[in-house]
Design a protein around this ligand. Structure first.
Ligand SMILES: [Zn+2]
Length: 64
């Protein structure tokens, strides 16, 4: 039951490198329709997974 070493490290590494070259899956934000990588925070409105994660700018009420 030894399933190790079916491929050399070099072989696996080369295949993984090819797979990693894929472009990130872009999906439109459900809120603002901005294309963003799937499972990433929206850079435009700060929504992730249907929830507001980052506070929206509300007329610059925050004094920084
Ligand atoms: Zn958005």
């Amino acid at each position: 039951m030894s399933r190790s070493r079916r491929h050399s490290h070099m072989r696996v590494a080369r295949r993984r490198a090819l797979q990693k070259a894929e472009v990130p899956h872009l999906v439109p934000c459900p809120k603002c329709k901005t294309l963003r990588p799937a499972h990433h925070l929206c850079p435009n409105c700060g929504t992730y997974g249907g929830r507001q994660v980052l506070p929206l700018e509300e007329g610059g009420r925050r004094a920084s």
